[in-house]
Design a protein. Structure first.
Lengths: 91, 647
């Protein structure tokens, strides 16, 4: 499937994905200290590196995103989605 | 006394049907309270089974045991320190992988456990088939398939729990295996940790050290500094090997383990057509239709709460006031009897006719919406609005409820994750004009000045809420949490669970609120009877007359308004001797009086709720700061209006 190789992939924040697009989690950005809880929470909900995420839709007015992860539906706030980096196939 | 006792803890993710199982087990023998010193609900119950008295503790619904939230800390402490005899891990069969992530953490605590594989019916509707025996074999823990809403499997679950307790059934969970490199280091670290003096197994402490668990890191730093140092160097090694931080690595690998198990025991047959719940979900989160459905739902909820509330309120008040002649016939109309009637009985009646009638239908509606899964959709839609005051989507729900009655609204703030957000949400909620304050706004400004000015006051209120919400958000320490919320599949709420949730929470409310309501009613009545009320009004005069420019009588009405907000208006008409208040008050005075009434203090019942939820100190801070707020706003309004040439 990924015949395009490395050059065919882009790394970008989850928040940039459009409805229906999918990506593989690469990293979750956070500083040490205050960010720990937030990052841990995301990972506890299953957003760990290597996990596939499908964006279902976004709420209007810059609202949260609805994503499918590990077989369930998760709402994730915009600010948090901006700190989750995913890799998508270039089309 | 030879009584055989057994303590069972229910643990699991949110929305897996834990409370339904709890209700099946304990029925009417429940007690709802708070965990000591925490705003987290503690549900306990008892039942009798095979000669045992079984105590069931329903732990909060959580996704991990990493002490990110208060709920997680409480659950972990309870399992490790209080050591329940058996932990029943309720697992949602339709979201097996994520549920197993939690199960694996329970297993790491090496507690005797049995798994209730719940919502088997939902799973099969979604085309998920699970090999129960294989799951048992892999985990080394008994697994009982259940359909809690139908009561299927509950008996067997209890049987297994007793068998485990009696040692007839082995329930020693097999340790979770991590990847080679991680596993080696966990074992080395566990050895170094040895007997750490902590209530957790050595392997668990080792894993949590690598996972970056603050609580355990601090403890180990004190008791076994060399183990903490080893953990750091091992963690660095792993980070170099894998390129991810060590906590990320451990969590990822545990999820990988959960994923492997799920794949091994699950067979997926994709369903032919989207289920009804799926379609409902699309509509209720749609960018246009979603908001329309939300408006309609909330409106019907309001109508339900107010219609039922009004009927109940009138019924109760005619019933209770009907007792007055009997009471007077029995106790006479002497000083003590009057004081008792006015202070104690009327306090009871006020509580019973104001709080109770609205709290009951409110709880019913709330639990109905919550158990169905709809509340999470509302939070999804309203998140961006609530973010503007530093809260996230879920806070919209209590805020909205505040327009009905602040009491249930403050209780509703429990849906927020952190203590900080609960407090901010509760604080702004107490500023929302409840039905009683609406009576004043509409009955005074709306009626005598004009409805458009009443609306201006509502807008002013929203503005104040927004600004103070932002301010509280800036002042209170702690990081803002964004929305991370599961949107569970829709389901029909289990009626008996909803009813019993309502009933037991109502009892808790009565226990806390009524003593406070009666005490304060009694105080005011006593002051009145002793003729000291006028003393207080003259004490208040510099503020009411001097600063706010109101007639001196308003002091008394504001005092009584603490008991019931709308009393302030009712008493004003009595004291000023006219129902046509435009004869006695200028438009500016009316506006100032209304602004003050809107903000000046939460009513007694709300204060009682704040005390219950946040303790005396925070309740006092909120109360006092709102008194100041009201005075500042009222005084400013007076001066601005006068400057504007009004009078």
């Amino acid at each position: 499937m990924s015949s395009a190789g490395e050059s065919g992939k882009r790394k970008l924040p989850l928040a940039m994905l459009k409805d229906g697009e999918k990506g593989i989690v690469v990293s979750v950005k956070s500083g040490y200290g205050k960010g720990w809880g937030f990052k841990k929470r995301l990972m506890d909900m299953g957003i760990t590196p290597g996990t596939e995420i499908i964006v279902v839709k976004s709420a209007p007015f810059h609202g949260p995103m609805e994503i499918l992860v590990r077989g369930y539906r998760l709402a994730i706030g915009r600010g948090m989605a901006e700190r989750v980096f995913v890799e998508v196939e270039e089309t | 006394m030879g009584e055989k006792r057994l303590v069972i803890a229910l643990a699991g993710n949110a929305n897996v049907g834990k409370s339904v199982i709890f209700n099946h087990l304990t029925r009417l023998h429940q007690h709802i309270g708070n965990w000591p010193g925490k705003t987290v609900e503690k549900a306990e119950g008892t039942l009798h089974f095979k000669g045992y008295t079984v105590d069931v503790v329903d732990l909060p619904g959580i996704y991990s045991l990493s002490t990110y939230s208060i709920e997680e800390s409480i659950s972990r402490r309870f399992i490790a320190v209080d050591k329940p005899d058996v932990v029943v891990n309720v697992v949602d069969a339709s979201v097996l992988e994520r549920n197993l992530f939690f199960t694996l953490q329970l297993m790491e605590l090496e507690t005797p456990m049995v798994i209730a594989l719940n919502q088997m019916d939902v799973a099969s509707r979604k085309g998920i088939q699970i090999d129960v025996e294989k799951l048992e074999e892999i985990l080394g823990v008994p697994v009982v398939p259940t359909i809690a809403v139908k009561g299927v499997g509950i008996f067997k679950l209890l049987e297994k729990a007793v068998e485990i307790f009696e040692g007839k059934l082995s329930a020693k969970p097999k340790p979770v295996k991590y990847g080679e490199e991680v596993e080696q280091r966990i074992e080395r670290l566990a050895e170094a940790v040895g007997d750490s003096g902590l209530p957790y197994p050595a392997r668990y402490v080792a894993i949590k050290l690598l996972e970056g668990d603050r609580e355990i890191q601090e403890e180990v730093e004190k008791t076994k500094p060399q183990a903490a140092a080893l953990a750091r160097s091992l963690g660095e090694e792993l980070e170099r090997l894998h390129g991810h931080s060590c906590p990320t690595l451990i969590t990822s690998e545990r999820y990988q383990a959960a994923n492997n198990i799920a794949r091994e025991v699950q067979r997926l047959v994709p369903p032919l057509k989207p289920t009804l719940g799926e379609k409902l979900h699309s509509v209720t989160t749609h960018r246009v239709a979603g908001y329309l459905v939300m408006a309609a739902t909330l409106l019907s909820m309001f109508l339900f709460v107010f219609t039922v509330g009004n009927i109940l309120s009138e019924l109760l008040s005619s019933l209770l006031y009907g007792f007055k002649p009997f009471f007077e016939g029995f106790f006479g109309t002497g000083f003590i009897a009057q004081l008792f009637w006015g202070g104690v009985v009327e306090g009871l009646i006020a509580g019973a006719t104001i709080a109770l009638p609205y709290v009951i239908p409110f709880y019913l509606a709330l639990y109905f919406l919550e158990d169905s899964g709809y509340l999470s959709r509302i939070a999804f839609l309203m998140d961006s609005v609530m973010h503007r005051m530093g809260l996230h989507g879920k806070a919209f729900i209590p805020l909205l409820l505040g327009y009905g009655c602040n009491v249930p609204a403050c209780l509703g703030c429990r849906i927020m994750e952190t203590q900080r957000e609960r407090l901010i949400a509760a604080f702004v909620t107490t500023l929302v004009p409840c039905a009683a304050r609406t009576v004043i706004i509409l009955g005074l400004v709306g009626r005598f000045i004009g409805i458009q000015w009443a609306l201006v006051l509502y807008v002013l209120d929203l503005l104040v809420i927004f600004l103070l919400g932002r301010l509280a958000f800036k002042i209170l320490p702690g990081e803002p949490t964004g929305l991370i919320m599961e949107m569970p599949d829709y389901r029909l709420p289990h009626l008996r669970t909803v009813l019993s949730q309502t009933w037991f929470r109502l009892l808790e409310f009565l226990k806390i609120a009524f003593p406070l309501i009666i005490a304060s009613t009694l105080t005011v009545k006593l002051l009145e009877a002793l003729g000291m009320l006028s003393f207080f009004t003259s004490l208040l005069a510099p503020v009411t007359v001097g600063w706010l420019g109101l007639p001196v009588e308003t002091g008394v009405t504001l005092l009584f308004g603490v008991l019931r907000k709308e009393l302030a208006l009712i008493m004003l008409t009595t004291l000023l001797g006219t129902a046509d208040l435009s004869q006695a008050l200028t438009p500016v005075q009316m506006t100032v009086f209304t602004i003050v009434s809107m903000f000046y203090i939460p009513c007694v019942a709300t204060i009682a709720t704040l005390v219950m939820e946040f303790g005396w100190r925070k309740a006092l801070v909120i109360t006092v700061s709102e008194v100041f707020l009201a005075l500042v706003l009222g005084g400013l309004a007076l001066r601005i209006l006068v400057l504007a040439g009004l009078r």
